[in-house]
Ligand binder design. Sequence first.
Ligand SMILES: Cc1cc2nc3c(=O)[nH]c(=O)nc-3n(C[C@H](O)[C@H](O)[C@H](O)COP(=O)(O)O)c2cc1C
Length: 176
Amino acid sequence: MKILAISGSTRAASTNTALLHTLAKIAPAGVTVTVYHQLASLPIFSADQDAAPPPAVHTFKHMVADADGIVFASPEYVRSIPGGLKNAIDWLVSGDAVIAKPMAILHGSHRGDDMLDALRVVLSTVSSAFSATPFVRFALIGKSPEHVAELLAAPENAVQLRAFLRSFVALANPNT
Ligand SMILES: Cc1cc2nc3c(=O)[nH]c(=O)nc-3n(C[C@H](O)[C@H](O)[C@H](O)COP(=O)(O)O)c2cc1C
């Protein structure tokens, strides 16, 4: 099973990207988690380019089409979804790859509920298989990627992250 893990942050030291890398590390045999944190490489969506998208968009769309499910982790910017992440989702709307794609959200902050609400609305609009659960959040704001990895290795956090992944795999692939 292939999971695409999309980070809404373009920061090199992003806590949300680090969270997704940890998800990739704990994936059990048979489950591959690929982290996508190249939102900055996607040009601004243009309907005029939708039929023949630029190479970076083409690659992104292919990764989405190829995945059995998508997990998002994003910061809140100005009480909403970061523009880069919304832009990436806009590029997906015209294709059929996302229509029934299983999707869920992980969150690297104890804040950001306006972004979470907005992202839930957007994802449930683009996919009939978006699910608000499983969902898990960790208070990671301001931590370095190394510190994020350490915190998530703590038993009480590791257990929650593993449970999230187990539930998402079951959601995306009911035959497992
Ligand atoms: C432009 C900008 C706007 C932000 N707006 C908010 C906000 O509205 N609410 C909030 O809780 N945090 C806000 N933050 C803080 C980020 O959400 C927070 O630092 C987050 O952990 C960054 O995630 P990252 O480490 O994955 O990049 C903002 C940060 C930036 C750079």
